[in-house]
Design a protein around this ligand. Structure first.
Ligand SMILES: C[S@@+](CC[C@H](N)C(=O)[O-])C[C@H]1O[C@@H](n2cnc3c(N)ncnc32)[C@H](O)[C@@H]1O
Length: 368
């Protein structure tokens, strides 16, 4: 596993670190929220059918959020041991409440995917011993809906966007990135993580704003700036509804601030390591960048560099890997559960528009 991690996303990691090192940080905002169920779990029925939980199994919900999927998993079969993970302390508080409702069954962990090996070993959980793992990627409704978290275009708040909230001490906020990243890095962030066609124009406008106006500090200031740059662009989402011109810029900043691409690559390697043979992995992704990463891992075709759109097998021919690394990278240990990727029903999309871009992939780990 260490060899694979070393080769994965080397230059992406370096670029992320380099940009972060050049940015200073501000104290974290830690808004409070009630722990009532705020997140309607997406494709919950399909998730349970794909994971097939059974009595006595050990499962991990790697993205606890408001616990919607976790609750369904606990209700799906008796005596399940459920390990829950989230990097957001607000979500962790909710997981602790859930644990009180299911005594002895829930182990709430606070941390990121990249911290999972240490967190699991502290609880005596070894590799190759977990029956099922779920990832419901992206932000929770709680994060989007609390203006102070800074994720939302429609709710004015500080440009924070750190999922870790109070834990994210040394992580730059979105405002830090906008204030200090250079034009080239900004354009790259908007283009790669937001797939934004006007990335360069928006990056130029952000730089100009530093001198002409003042530091961009709120979600409204950023969304108004991007709307002004994109002028009369009429953008439609997948439901053919008008989407805000700044949607992709917000997505890009959020992915960058939370290092989501690298976290997802770690996540997929960790899932492979901790599932037992015949254990099941289910992923819910919400944009093409996430889905591409999951798809490549499941097919054994792992990209050497997340910024480079080419899968590893087509990329730099001068790269030398030892035999162990090559077989690790190219041989998939996964067998898909479904012939095609699953998407939400029309009824679900209507009832919960946030599910509209969901893609569910499920796979069985076939060998150690
Ligand atoms: C879409 S929400 C999950 C919602 C949840 N399934 C439910 O039903 O309530 C995604 C959650 O994953 C968490 N998350 C995202 N990236 C993470 C990472 N790298 N490590 C740990 N948690 C992460 C976020 O903080 C967020 O709470």
């Amino acid at each position: 596993m260490a060899a694979v991690l070393k080769h994965l996303h080397r230059s992406c990691r370096t670029w992320y670190r380099n940009v972060c090192c050049r940015l200073s940080t501000v104290p974290a905002v830690h808004p409070t929220t009630s722990d009532k169920e705020l997140h309607v779990p997406v494709m919950a029925k399909e998730v349970i059918e794909s994971l097939q939980p059974e009595s006595g199994q050990v499962l991990i919900d790697m993205t606890f959020g408001a616990g919607g999927h976790s609750l369904k998993l606990l209700q799906s079969a008796p005596n399940i041991t459920l390990i829950t993970l989230d990097r957001d302390p607000v979500a962790h508080d909710i997981a602790q409440n859930l644990a009180r409702g299911f005594p002895g069954q829930v182990v709430p962990l606070l941390g990121k995917f990249s911290e999972v090996p240490e967190l699991l070993s502290a609880h005596g959980i070894e590799q190759n011993c977990v029956d099922g793992i779920l990832f419901d990627l992206g932000c929770s409704s709680m994060q989007f809906d609390v203006a102070e978290r800074g994720f939302s275009i429609s709710k004015n708040g500080p440009l924070d966007m750190r999922m870790d909230g109070a834990r994210g001490g040394d992580v730059p906020t979105a405002a830090d990135v906008l204030a200090q990243a250079d034009e080239e890095d900004l354009a790259r962030i908007f283009k790669v993580y937001g797939e934004e066609k006007k990335a360069k124009k928006i990056a130029r406008a952000v730089i100009e704003a530093r001198y002409t106006f003042k530091k961009l500090e709120t979600t409204s200031e950023l969304s108004e700036l991007v709307a002004a740059v994109c002028g009369g662009d009429h953008r439609l989402d997948k439901l053919q509804r008008h989407s805000h011109a700044a949607t992709k810029t917000f997505q890009a900043l959020r992915i960058f601030v939370n290092n989501e691409v690298n976290e997802l690559n770690y996540a997929m390697i960790i899932a492979q390591a901790y599932l037992k043979p015949l254990g099941r992995l289910v992923t819910l992704t919400f944009h093409s960048l996430e889905d591409r990463i999951v798809k490549r891992h499941l097919s054994g075709n792992v990209s050497e560099n997340a910024v480079n759109p080419l899968p590893l097998r087509y990329s730099n021919p001068s790269l030398c890997h030892d035999q162990e690394t090559v077989s690790c990278l190219f041989e998939s240990c996964w067998q898909p559960v479904h012939k095609h990727v699953l998407t939400p029903s029309d009824d679900e999309v209507e009832a919960n528009p946030r599910s509209r871009s969901a893609k569910l992939r499920a796979a069985i780990k076939m060998k150690v």
